[in-house]
Structure formats: structure tokens, C-alpha cells
Ligand binder design. Structure first.
Ligand SMILES: [Zn+2]
Length: 235
């Protein structure tokens, strides 16, 4: 155990780096199952999970259970970490802008790739999971089979904008990606969260909220993708 102050915390997709003021940082990767708990120092959470990393303070403990990887790295070596150095920009980071992604969509390394596949690749954008892929494509009005080079300039820019907007919306709402006013209306009307949460994701055979067309679904990269055939026409 070492005494130090946490200076900052950075996330990279499902990886997290906790920077301490003594110059060392702790890299942790949650995969799909790592879980943080914050508890009072005298109360360990009731769990059968294995404790992997603990930050203990006088008033509060932050405990990470079940994460697959925990590594201590020098702060200046964090950017060269094998996982982090391969990651694309994270739409949640403050320094990432719409132009960051409109440039990447024009880049020959990405422009010829099918968007359904590209959006899940962590080397293109860090942290876009399966439901965000469907929701981003819907709000951009882009068919999942389209490739960036097939889109006109305004559509490509709109897609770049939605990559950032929908990812940040999901972060701030705890996972609700549909239009905030519409979600609020549905919530007020007594609908459950699973009903109003998304615009298209897991809404198979239900009417599109924008045009009433039946939502379609298919597997892309072994994960289920949902889209509206009318709002997202094939190019
Ligand atoms: Zn539609």
C-alpha cells in the first residue's frame, strides 16, 4: 500500500488510468465485467467478486472488482501502453471535436470500410459499444452497409457530429440515447425505461419513431444492429 493523492482519472474505452501525484499511474481494464464500488471505509460491499484495486481514503474507498488487467505504469509511459497506443480518439474526451471524426472518415485507412464494422473498431473510435453503433447511424440517417467514401460531405459531417453527440448523450443520461424530449415525454406517460431508452436499438419489428416504418435488424461483426430502412436508405 502506498500513500499518494489521486490527481486525475482518464478513460480510454473500457480502460481507465488513475494518475497519482508520485508519478505512477494505475492502468485497469474492465472488459465487460469489471465493477467499481465506492463505500465507507468500514463497509466492504457484499460481493463474491475478487478485489483487484483499492483506493482508500479517510472518508471513502473506491474499490475495483473483477477487472481483468491491473498494471502500474510510469505516468509518461501511459500513452505508449500497448492498449492505449492502438486506440482511436474517444468521443467523450474534451479535446475531441467533430472535425476529429470528419477527418478520420475521409482518411483512406477508414473511408472504404463498411460503417457497421468500422464504428465498433476501437482503433477508429474508442468506446463506441454495440447500442451506440445502431443509435449513431440512425441519428445520422446513414445505412449500416454504407462506407464513408460513399457519403456526400454534409452527411459525412453529420455522422461525425452524431458520433460525438450520441456518445456524450449516453454518458450524461446513463445510457438513454433517444431524443431527450421524446424520452421525457414517454417517461411521463408511464412507459418503462426499456421502451423509451433507444430510437432503434432492440426495437425490432416496432415502428420507427420518426417515420413509422418497421425497424429492421441483422448481424454485423457478430453483433445485432438495428436500423430504419426509410430514414437510413441504402446508398
Ligand atoms: Zn424511420
Amino acid at each position: 500500500m502506498a500513500r499518494a493523492r489521486v490527481e486525475s482519472v482518464q478513460t480510454f474505452g473500457k480502460a481507465m488510468v488513475t494518475h497519482f501525484d508520485h508519478g505512477l499511474s494505475v492502468y485497469s481494464h474492465n472488459q465487460l465485467y469489471g465493477k467499481w464500488y465506492t463505500v465507507r471505509p468500514d463497509r466492504d460491499p457484499r460481493t463474491n467478486r475478487q478485489l483487484r484495486f483499492a483506493v482508500r481514503t479517510e472518508h471513502r474507498d473506491a474499490l475495483l472488482y473483477s477487472a481483468s488487467t491491473i498494471e502500474v505504469v510510469a505516468r509518461e509511459a501511459v500513452h505508449a501502453h500497448p492498449f492505449i497506443s492502438r486506440l482511436g480518439p474517444d468521443p467523450l474526451h474534451d479535446d475531441v471535436e467533430v472535425t476529429t471524426f470528419s477527418k478520420r472518415l475521409r482518411d483512406p485507412a477508414h473511408a472504404g470500410r463498411q460503417l457497421a464494422t468500422l464504428l465498433l473498431e476501437q482503433s477508429f473510435a474508442a468506446g463506441i459499444g454495440n447500442y451506440l453503433r445502431s443509435e449513431i447511424l440512425f441519428f445520422a440517417g446513414v445505412h449500416p452497409c454504407a462506407k464513408p467514401r460513399e457519403l456526400d460531405g454534409p452527411t459525412r459531417r453529420k455522422l461525425a457530429k452524431k458520433i460525438i453527440e450520441i456518445t456524450r448523450r449516453a454518458y450524461s443520461t446513463g445510457g438513454i440515447t433517444d431524443d431527450p424530449r421524446r424520452a421525457k415525454r414517454h417517461k411521463k406517460a408511464g412507459q418503462s425505461r426499456s421502451v423509451y431508452r433507444h430510437a432503434v436499438f432492440r426495437r425490432v419489428k416496432q415502428p420507427c419513431r420518426a417515420c413509422g416504418t418497421t425497424i429492421a435488424d441483422a448481424d454485423f461483426s457478430s453483433r445485432r444492429l438495428f436500423w430504419c430502412p426509410r430514414c437510413q436508405p441504402a446508398v
